[in-house]
Design a protein. Structure first.
Length: 155
């Protein structure tokens, strides 16, 4: 069992980093910046949601937090767009740092309602793992729906 981040001891740091990155980084898509659909990079000036995630992760690691507890995660938000947040594995469960809000929220209350997965730092090379069973949505945001084999074949 791995160690969890004591949320009570680190909430001020998480709040400071989340707000600072959200305030200081200009949102620009990868197409606008790099003329590419996807390009993940740590930024200090401009980027899209996954660049915010990597910037927050780098800042928290620089502050001494264990990289194993800082999990980039992806999914879809209510309008159907893909989105990324940084999940922090804490004593109060997974908490999300999201560029769409300055609040630190439990994973199931952040902007993502349909989870793809999270980067598992314990694997080498880093693999992506499912947060919820395929097709399951966050219960409080949308009705629970499990995709069947027919749904998968139709898409």
């Amino acid at each position: 069992m791995h160690q969890l981040l004591n949320l009570t001891m680190h909430i001020a740091l998480l709040d400071e980093v989340n707000r600072e990155i959200n305030r200081s980084v200009l949102f620009l898509t990868d197409l606008q910046q790099y003329d590419r659909k996807e390009f993940w990079t740590t930024t200090s000036t401009a980027g899209d949601c996954e660049d915010f995630v990597l910037a927050k992760r780098a800042r928290l690691m620089d502050a001494g937090l264990p990289w194993q507890l800082l999990l980039p995660a992806t999914g879809k938000i209510a309008n159907g767009e893909g989105h990324a947040v940084l999940l922090i594995d804490t004593t109060f469960g997974l908490q999300a740092l999201d560029n769409l809000t300055n609040e630190i929220l439990p994973w199931n209350r952040c902007s993502i309602i349909d989870w793809y997965g999270y980067a598992d730092p314990s694997s080498e090379p880093m693999l992506w793992r499912q947060l919820l069973p395929y097709g399951m949505r966050v219960p409080h945001r949308k009705p629970l729906r499990i995709k069947t084999g027919e749904d998968t074949q139709a898409s």
